[in-house]
Structure formats: C-alpha cells, structure tokens
Design a binder for this molecule. Sequence first.
Ligand code: ZN
Length: 213
Amino acid sequence: MTSRERTSESLEQWVPRTLLGKMIQGGRIASIEEVFMGGLQIREPQIVNVLLPDLQEEVININLVQKQTDAGEKSRFKAIVAIGNRDGYIGLGAGKASQVRTAIEKAAADARLKIIPVRRGCGSWECGCGKPHSIPFQIEGKCGSVKVVVIPGPRGLGLVASEVSKVILGLAGIRDCWTRSYGSTRTIPSFAYAVFDALKKTYSLITPTDWVK
Ligand SMILES: [Zn+2]
C-alpha cells in the first residue's frame, strides 16, 4: 500500500500496525502529550490525525527533481509540507513522486511522523506578560548553509519573518517574534528545515523533566 492510499483512507478503516496505534484506537492513550511524555515513536500518520483533529496543512515547496537512470532521464516532484495545530505542535516532512499530488500526500504523511511539541512562553523582556504568545528564549536552527535565529517578541508584535517562517511559526502556535536569517535563505527547503530545527530547541534545551510537570 502506498502512503497516498494510507493517508486518504478514513479513520474508521484504519487498522493500526503498531502497538502505539492499537493503544490509541483502544482508547488507552488519549492525548499527544502522553505520547511525547512516554517517549513513544509515532510510526503511523493516522495517530496524529486521531490525537490532533484540528491539524492544518501547508505546502511549503515543490521542486522538479531530474534523475539520470539506466532507462534515461526520470523526473519526479519533491514536495515539502508543514502540518500544525496552531497550538504547540508542528511537523515538517518531504515526499517524492512522479505526480505533484502524490508527492504532497507523501510529504503530509511524513510531516505527521516528524511532529514535535513546541514550548511557548513570553521570553520578551519588554513584555513579561507570562502568556504563551511567543517562545521562552532565543533559539537557533540550521540546515545546510542556512541559519535562522528566532527571538522572543512582545505581545502584538506579530511574526517579523519571511513568508516561509511565518507559515511554520504560525502553524506551531507562535504569534509574536523576530527572526534573523543567514546563508542562502532563498533555498526554501533548507530555510524551512532551519526554522523547524530552531523550534526543536524549545524543548531540547531543557531537560525532559522540566516539561513533564
Ligand atoms: Zn508577553
């Protein structure tokens, strides 16, 4: 079965293949927080669909990839898709296929498997409201030659960022921040992955016990 068929099948027809999937379908795990607290790996995109029904999807980039094979030149599309619930969860994934639509569906399924929690907060010294409208501290992410720095901002600032960053930060549920970027920032896939890498740091910079509470 291709991932396209997997993502388009309805949840009622979903037959979980993993223990985690079975636990979720059986109601033994009811929230995505439990999945991350337990350090469990998500290997089926449907898990995310069940636990985060308000998920939104955005196509970040589509590229035509030419590949030389024995049978001649083969062209495929590569899609990058971001998913998020605008409330602390974001995923970024990639997919390749000979049809654009299939590449997007593969990328959307991959993004679900790559989903991460994003710690939000008010790290802005100018603001200090304590509400989770921004990030708790400055974070940095890298991909290839691209580096992105995300800086906490005061309430009402909005997202001072490029279009791609705005989409990803918005899907993660961040409303106010500044961003700085370095390197070949016009390479959209690298840029998107650098923002995603930065968001991973909101939790990886502290010990897991900090956020289990
Ligand atoms: Zn604030």
